[in-house]
Design a protein around this ligand. Structure first.
Ligand code: MSP
Length: 522
């Protein structure tokens, strides 16, 4: 079978510090997307990794009293450890310190030289080590009358050194034409508009090498120069595809379908990167999607405030799938969002324990108690049955549509709308009361419910892989009947079911007990 390919990437993370919620968030969104596309029959390649060069990492190593190599080995491992901890399913983990990546960067550099887009000059201007980015004087302001910083607070240093430049100014019109012809290239639309007006405002040539430190990929033929860390970092996406060997097996994945990024790094991905690629004669990625930033209980997250959220601690306290669900459900993907403990607990209790968990538990316990623990036989359907089944059956198509736009939270509201319907249907049909009066009707109701749970649970697998696996086990769905090819394989009556067990416990906060509100419609 020649499955449709889908290549999705996370940003590669700086190894100056251990992973925090922002890193886990971007990778989680990619993971949900990758799992959904796999279940939907695509040949998925999902890449994450670490960005290990540049001044920022070099400085962090120095502060830690370690060599850059030993330091990056250590910190990169903590990002790798986050993979099983968060249930991520990448196909590979790339490090920019790998030899294959040096080869790829240097080959790309040579292509840029050949196309006439690189020239030697001198850079004199502001540089932020925190952002690894150059800023125009007009973007900076004086702090305390002496040091300069940009609006986000990153300090900038005056840098004056020989440098190679990339002729970005020459790409302005071609980039604008590219955005025009590829309206889906940047999402969401607000970011697309920002990028377009930035490019329309005029592009300056970009300094793409540094001479004042050593930790990076040397410029071919002039190793006094180290490549600008963003040129190096962006190249990881094609290194993984085998570049410069375009006959490599992974080259079939290029161009990438989505680079998922945070809003702070859109410019690098949506302006510099397509310009580099087009200059080198390589197709640009199909889409760059930018999500917003998390704050913590209303405050900006920062090390100095000591309010950095460790995703591992969330998993330990609230559970893996609960954390994954919350991060994807609480905030419309693309918007900024605020992490609040009470909101986390509220979602765990009302959406997971009360609405979805309770639906599964109620239905499966009645089946165990009253139907001899086998999938009951459905008799003739009444309108209410058909309506619920039709709603559940239509979910897959709706999710395909919204997930193509990376609307992760919307997919969940669509599913929960059906969960809500199913709960109201249980109440209205009251299957427990039918045992004495009409057991055949009871069986029909329970079959309709179990089949609805099957469909809902298949769709929730990308978000909550562990819990959904347990629910599908309780429905005795075979391992090869859990992808979307099995969407129409309805539950077979007579199948023996294991003893049901609750999957989503209620959470009682020891710090501040929360009284759960009834499940509310999104
Ligand atoms: N190394 C570069 C990316 C190179 S990609 C070729 C980088 N690394 S990073 O480690 O600083 O940040 C990685 C991602 O984390 C970014 O997408 C950024 O938006 C995200 N986040 C960092 N803090 C965040 C929040 N508080 N909230 C959400 N995401 C945030 O940039």
């Amino acid at each position: 079978m020649n499955a449709k390919r889908f290549y999705i990437t996370t940003p590669i993370y700086y190894v100056n510090d251990v992973p925090h919620i922002g890193h886990a968030y971007t990778t989680l969104a990619c993971d949900v997307m990758a799992r959904f596309m796999r279940l939907d029959g695509h040949d998925v390649h999902f890449l994450t990794g670490t960005d290990e060069h540049g001044q920022k990492v070099e400085k962090a190593a120095e502060t830690a009293g370690m060599t850059p190599k030993a330091f990056t080995d250590k910190v990169s491992q903590s990002f790798r450890d986050l993979v099983p901890k968060m249930g991520f399913s990448p196909d590979n983990f790339i490090r920019t310190t790998e030899e294959r990546h040096y080869r790829s960067c240097q080959a790309l550099w040579k292509k840029l030289v050949e196309s006439g887009d690189i020239y030697a000059d001198k850079y004199a201007g502001w540089y932020s080590v925190r952002d690894e980015a150059y800023y125009a004087e007009s973007e900076t302001e004086l702090v305390d009358g002496k040091r300069r910083a940009i609006a986000s607070g990153a300090e900038v240093d005056w840098v004056e050194e020989p440098s190679y430049f990339f002729r970005l100014s020459a790409w302005q019109d071609r980039l604008l034409k590219f955005y025009e012809e590829n309206p889906r290239f940047i999402g969401p639309d607000s970011r697309r508009n920002e990028v377009i007006s930035f490019v329309k405002g005029g592009l300056q040539d970009l300094s793409v090498s540094r001479t004042t430190f050593k930790w990076g990929v040397p410029v071919p033929g002039d190793d006094a120069h180290i490549m600008y860390v963003w040129l190096d970092a962006l190249t990881n996406y094609i290194t993984e595809a085998g570049y410069p060997d375009t006959s490599a097996p992974n080259w079939k994945y290029w161009p990438a379908d989505i680079h998922m990024v945070g809003k702070d790094i859109v410019r690098f991905h949506a302006v510099y990167w397509p310009a580099f690629l087009m200059s080198a004669g390589i197709a640009p990625p199909k889409r760059v999607f930018a999500h917003g930033w998390w704050t913590n209980e209303g405050q900006k997250i920062s090390k100095s405030l000591g309010n950095v959220i460790d995703p591992r601690a969330l998993v330990d306290e609230f559970g893996l799938d609960q954390t994954r669900y919350f991060l994807m459900r609480e905030v419309p993907f693309g918007n900024d969002g605020d992490f609040r403990r009470d909101a986390m607990i509220q979602r765990m209790n009302s959406d997971l324990a009360n609405a979805y968990g309770n639906l599964c538990q109620r239905v499966l316990s009645i089946v165990a108690k009253n139907c001899g623990g086998v999938v009951p036989v459905a008799g003739p359907l009444i309108d209410a049955d058909a309506a619920l089944l039709a709603k559940a059956s239509g979910l897959l198509a709706r999710l395909r549509t919204v997930l193509a736009e990376q609307s992760f939270h919307e997919a969940l509201t669509i599913v929960w709308d059906c969960v809500g319907d199913a709960n109201r249907y249980v109440d209205a049909q009251a299957p427990w009361a039918l045992t004495k009066t009409d057991p055949a009707r009871r069986d029909t109701v329970l079959w309709v419910l179990a089949e609805t749970i099957r469909r809902v649970t298949l769709l929730l697998q990308p978000y909550m892989p562990t819990s959904t696996a347990r629910i599908l086990d309780q429905l005795a769905i075979a391992a090869d009947r859990r992808d979307f090819a099995a969407w129409e394989s309805a539950l077979a009556s007579g199948t023996a079911l294991p003893v049901p067990q609750g999957v989503f416990p209620r959470h009682v906060d020891p710090a501040a007990p929360v009284v759960a509100k009834p499940a509310k419609k999104a």
